[in-house]
Write a protein that binds this ligand. Structure first.
Ligand code: PLP
Length: 478
């Protein structure tokens, strides 16, 4: 059977302008991205070398070497009578590291347990530039427990540009935002410390804060974006020592606190002497071009802020930062040294490059996310009209309210159809939320549409015959 083909001019249009130094590498990278993100679907026959050479107006050697590189890495396979067919390497490395459903993946599996996108174009080129900068560091020990000066400066500049004046000495580079949460919580919390979390919230932060032995208390967050009444009430009742807050395109709801809400929340935190750990993981993922409010820490000088390049660029970098008031930095560094001694130098160089030059890549990522968000919203409206969903102004996921509390029962049914999701209760610090389901829109639009069609079948079956049991397996959720 001959494979479906993609025309040379379509591929040339999708490839667009690629990195030319050297051209074959740039072309191979551009084609790899098209295949991994599904714009050139796996199984499709690629144009012949001659056709692509003509369509791209490059030398034949460029195309021959690009194809050879893709073949070497498993992105093209040659099939008798079908030419070169788009493929994915046999490695499962790009799949979610899911503890929930170990074992072999089905060929048509769609993993929506993690709200995290792939690297996208341009990340490999940033690595290549960073390798060029690396020799300057090889003469040293390579240990930078607070981070490379060049990266601390770039992070401080970004905070300052966003309206929160920051010096490099107030920045510590850490292996991801979650690590920043752990460092801050270990520095500030002890057994008996009262820590307030939003409900729902990011599951791994719940686990991290729980590990510190602090007493976790949760506050519902309002259904509407601007509604902080519940949070203010909880702050008055609990008077917590610590609060973990995600004010920017909150995971999972996508809520963005307005400037006015930030002022009100900050005033209440100050009044009760609560130290906030502010997680800004999603702050760069505004999708509608609206102006951003000031960072919460601009209203709250004592706050600890964490962020990372995982969501705007790539989770595989494992680079984030922690920003603290100068007088708290010593405590943060001590806490950090009990965990690790720093982040790999190469990844820090890549991150510094992306923070300074990555705006075009971020614009592309936002455009893809917008497309995926719309596809997911459209598919939900058509196939699951009884589910209530808001259109978030940014972030990576939709938070769906189901007409019945069966999110956990739905999961095995969805998994039977090859769709993996994290249930609502994973996001609940104190249980509940089985009426909710997070649907990340980090996959390409056509993949999400297919996932939601299958989810609708699974939902119909669940309503007809709820299992009354969910999975008790731990979920790896990002
Ligand atoms: C709110 C929030 N914080 C932290 C993280 C983890 O980020 P990192 O990869 O930087 O540790 C995530 C990932 O989903 C997140 O949503």
């Amino acid at each position: 059977m001959s494979a479906r083909a993609v025309a040379a001019r379509t591929v040339a249009g999708l490839v667009g302008d690629f990195h030319r130094e050297p051209a074959y590498r740039g072309l191979a990278e551009a084609l790899r991205v098209l295949i991994t993100d599904g714009r050139v679907p796996v199984g499709v026959r690629m144009p012949s070398e001659r056709e692509l050479t003509e369509a791209l107006q490059v030398s034949r050697t460029t195309v021959t070497r690009a194809y050879a590189e893709l073949r070497d890495h498993g992105y093209l396979v040659s099939r008798q009578g079908s030419g070169s067919v788009a493929s994915l390497p046999e490695s499962r490395a790009f799949r979610g590291d899911h503890l929930l459903f170990p074992g072999d993946a089905r060929a048509d599996e769609i993993d929506l347990t993690c709200a995290a996108a792939n690297a996208g174009p341009g990340i490999l080129a940033a690595y290549e530039r960073a390798v060029g900068d690396l020799p300057a560091y090889l003469g040293g020990s390579g240990y930078y427990p607070s981070g490379l000066p060049v990266l601390r400066e770039a992070v401080a500049e970004r905070f300052t540009a966003r309206g929160l004046p920051t010096t490099p000495e107030q920045v510590m580079v850490v292996p991801g935002a979650l690590s920043g949460v752990a460092i801050a919580a270990r520095a500030l919390g002890r057994r008996g410390t009262r820590t307030l979390l939003e409900s729902p919230t990011y599951p791994n932060a719940i686990a991290t804060l729980r590990q510190t032995g602090t007493r976790l208390l949760s506050s519902p967050i309002g259904r509407e974006v601007a509604d902080v009444a519940d949070l203010l009430r909880s702050l008055d009742q609990v008077r917590p020592d610590l609060a973990y807050l995600v004010p920017d395109f909150h995971n999972p709801t996508g809520h963005l606190l307005s400037d006015e809400s930030r002022e009100r929340v900050a005033a209440r935190l100050r009044q009760h002497g609560t130290v906030a750990i502010v997680d800004e993981s999603m702050v760069e993922l505004g999708l509608d071009g609206d102006p951003m409010p000031l960072p919460l820490a601009a209203h709250l000088p004592d706050a600890i802020t964490v962020g990372s390049v995982s969501k705007p660029f790539w989770g595989g970098l494992r680079v984030g930062w922690l920003r603290a008031p100068a007088e708290r930095m010593d405590a943060m560094v001590r806490s950090r040294l009990s965990l690790d001694l720093g982040v790999p130098v190469l990844e820090q160089l890549v991150t510094a490059d992306l923070l300074r030059n990555g705006a075009p890549l971020l614009a592309q990522k936002r455009a893809l996310l917008r497309e995926s968000r719309e596809a997911a919203l459209d598919a939900l409206a058509v196939h699951l009209p009884a589910w209530q969903v808001r259109r978030p102004a940014g972030g990576l996921s939709l938070w769906c309210e189901l007409p019945a509390a069966h999110s956990t029962d739905l999961l095995p049914r969805a998994a039977d159809r090859g769709v993996l999701l994290a249930p609502g209760p994973s996001f609940a610090p104190e249980g509940g939320l089985d009426r909710f389901l997070r649907v990340p829109f980090t996959q390409p639009a056509h993949v999400l549409t297919a996932a939601i069609e299958r989810l609708a079948e699974a939902w119909k079956e669940t309503l007809a015959d709820p299992l009354g049991r969910g999975s008790s397996e731990p979920t790896m959720v990002a």
